[in-house]
Ligand binder design. Structure first.
Ligand code: PMP
Length: 446
């Protein structure tokens, strides 16, 4: 008998971020096609993609504008080496983004995934100090619970044991500053009117390591993989000042937060800061194609600009750097965002969603907090609301609920025991209502 697609997949494919044994009870959904916020499997079942296919899909699947742009580009130029060569879509994209990113960011490097953009950012800051008279600046600072990707450099500046513990001996040593934890704030503060006493931990770390640090990397406002942990813009403002005071570069990893996910085009805007380096990916191409950018300042660029023989060039490359199809998709994204006022509409949808979520789940005995920024809304499940005691990790409650939601056609892929919506910005209120109804059902059942 012929094997099913699911069986063939399991025979051959090793999926990302998965214990493959789990697939014995939950075989992969074989997706045949998609449209808007919906995925359709080969058996005709529909799934609402409430997590934007790993936070990447920005405007819905098979979007007519993006599809048309990529198809048109495909017949013009599919790819070309990006050293010594260039093309109009990349130039236009850089020109347009320059007007949108925080002021002062003006040089664009092209890479092909988020982790690669982070690697380039780290190497860039390291080399910058080597070439500007500070070879002693070799350390990197980062926040606990941070996540920046899974290549070796990116893992080193990440703090999630789940991903990095096994690899510790092969990672570089970095300084992990205790991150703000607004839900379980040890200072008893509220997120919305907080003076950030927790910033003292950053000040302590800078007092100790500030003179030997090359850069500090953060996910601005939202530590996504840590469970959608949201912290105040004031923390970023303070961090910008602290970095300036010590001559430490600030890297903003906007891979998950960029392109309207937090309500503004970039999270840094809410703090009114310009980082020295910004990493972009995911929503950049609407979630269509693997492309990323490491964006930086003229000042950093100048430290690499010299005669070839001085060996100051940034000799970092990825084969698919500047892929024209990705650039065409990204230009389509910018057009749709602008012409259809997507951010404005998404902000309105977000306000409505907050009210609805709070009305439906705000008093649930096992939901410790509903936190939100932009359209991202996360619910943290706890065994006890008062003490905020989590459920035992072995229970894998989030995963259990995920399975139940999947059976009902909702992709509620959790982060531990944090369930969240991070949908395409174009999602309709009726679709969100459907998602909340499924969420309500699976919570009632558990
Ligand atoms: N940084 C952040 C903040 C991310 O959320 C991610 C991906 N989830 C990455 C970096 C890594 O991007 P990629 O998976 O494309 O390597």
């Amino acid at each position: 008998m012929e094997q099913s697609m699911e069986q063939q997949d399991l025979e051959l494919i090793w999926h990302p971020c998965s214990q493959m044994k789990d697939y014995e009870t939950l075989p992969p959904m074989v997706i045949d096609h998609a449209h808007g916020c919906w995925l359709y499997d080969i058996h005709g079942k529909a799934y609402l993609d409430i997590v934007s296919s790993w936070w990447a899909n920005l405007l819905g699947h098979t979007h007519p504008v993006l599809n048309a742009r990529i198809k048109a580009q495909l017949d013009r130029l599919e790819h070309v080496i990006f050293a010594n060569f260039t093309h109009e879509p990349a130039i236009t994209l850089a020109r347009r983004l320059q007007k949108l990113v925080p002021p002062g960011l003006s040089k664009f490097q092209f890479h092909d995934n988020g982790s690669a953009a982070v690697e380039a950012a780290l190497k860039l800051c390291f080399q910058y100090h080597q070439q500007t008279g500070h070879p002693e600046r070799q350390k990197f600072l980062c926040l606990t619970e941070g996540y920046h990707g899974e290549t070796v450099g990116a893992l080193s500046v990440g703090s999630m044991d789940l991903f990095s513990l096994k690899y510790k001996p092969m990672l570089m040593e970095t300084i992990h500053v205790e991150a703000p934890d607004c839900y379980r704030c040890p200072y008893g503060k509220q997120r919305d009117d907080c003076t950030c006493p927790c910033f003292g931990k950053a000040e302590e770390a800078f007092a100790r390591y500030g003179k030997e640090a090359a850069a500090m990397i953060v996910e601005p406002l939202l530590q996504g993989s840590a469970g959608m942990r949201i912290y105040p813009a004031l923390y970023l403002k303070k961090l910008r000042k602290l970095c300036d005071g010590y001559g430490v570069k600030l890297i903003a990893d906007e891979i998950a937060t960029g392109f309207g996910r937090t309500g503004t085009l970039f999270a840094c805007e809410q703090a009114g800061i310009t980082p020295d380096v910004m990493c972009l990916s995911k929503g950049l191409t609407g979630g269509y194609l693997p492309m990323s950018l490491t964006v930086t300042t003229q000042e950093i660029y100048d430290a690499f600009y010299d005669d070839y023989g001085t060996h100051k060039a940034f000799l970092h490359s990825h084969t698919y750097a500047g892929n024209p199809l990705g650039c065409a998709a990204a230009l389509g994204v910018l057009d749709v965002l602008e012409q259809q006022q997507i951010l404005l509409k998404a902000r309105e949808t977000a306000r409505w969603l907050t009210k609805e979520m709070e009305g439906r789940f705000g008093k649930h005995e096992h939901i410790g907090e509903i936190r939100h920024i932009g359209l991202i809304h996360a619910l943290e499940l706890v065994a006890d609301r008062k003490s905020k005691r989590p459920f035992p990790a072995e229970k894998r409650l989030g995963y259990q609920l995920y399975q139940k939601a999947l059976a009902r056609g909702l992709v509620l892929r959790p982060l531990g025991d944090v369930l969240y919506f991070n949908p395409p910005l174009t999602i309709a209120k009726e679709e969100l209502t459907q998602a909340m109804e499924v969420l309500g059902e699976v919570l009632r059942e558990s």
